[in-house]
Design a protein around this ligand. Sequence first.
Ligand code: MG
Length: 342
Amino acid sequence: MHCTAFRRLEYKTQVFVNHEGDLFRTRLTHSIEVAQIARSIARNLQLSEDLIEAIALAHDLGHTPFGHAGQDALNECARPWGGFEHNLQSLRVVDELEQRYAAFDGLNLSFETREGILKHCSPAQARQLGEVGERFLNQRRPSLEAQVANLADEIAYNNHDVDDGLRSGLIELAQLQSIELFERHCHDVLQRYPGLAGRRLVHETIRRMIDELVTDLVDETRRRVAEAGVRSIDEVRAAPPLAGFSPAVAERSAQLKRFLYTNLYRHPRVTEVMEHARNIVRDLFGRYLAEPALLPDEHRQRIDAIGERAIVDYIAGMTDRFALREHRRLFGASDGSARIPA
Ligand code: MG
């Protein structure tokens, strides 16, 4: 929580760019919500709350500005130099990029936390990552805390994106009535509180949705752990994934996710802004590549040491508003960036 990358999350987009309003989730509040959900599950399953909290708080540290649009653009730009992937970047932040200690780069995190941060990676990448990469080559699972943190992420964003989507007016309550997970709880709330509407109805519904998902995850995970008969972390690593939803709830969660993808993440108002965001990242990358002198000294010197990856790291670390300011500095305000007010 004390590192620079964590504070930057406050000004990084989750779904909505930060100017859309002060009440929408940012990567910071998203990470805190993931941590809280993860801790509740961990407490119920008697897992390590400290470990799961560390994984949850760190899981998005490698995100670029402008959410997935920013990551896609940076990945395209970085393709000749190995591409960009936010999950790998989160590990890179805690292992290499944070500068806090006299004796070493990065933070002083345990193997278990680092393993939990690295949710996925290709075999080629795994071979370069040492001990945290091994499980991807040996087909082994991470700790239960890592498995649960990953699902807590999904529970958090599915639910808070419903809330943010409704608040923004991009989706409407009526549309959500086709989504089983939402409709059933919304119906229950209205049975109990006839005439309830607006924010209270949304919150009462969403908290029940979260409760259903968390309770199901706890029950199903406990059942699988008992069934597999695992008694040690080595047995957890060798077993099939033990943390999970029951099949019925997994399908309900997937249905909600598909709904959000189609109706919110692909909403024209979101995609339009994201297209401009992509251009900003592309413009910045192209300009720094052509004129490294435009980079701050520290980052220009890193190009000599590690090559173009230094530009990727610099852009990945930017907040939305810093990227916008930097774009305006280098290109003026006559382009698409003016359409995303900082
Ligand atoms: Mg996340």
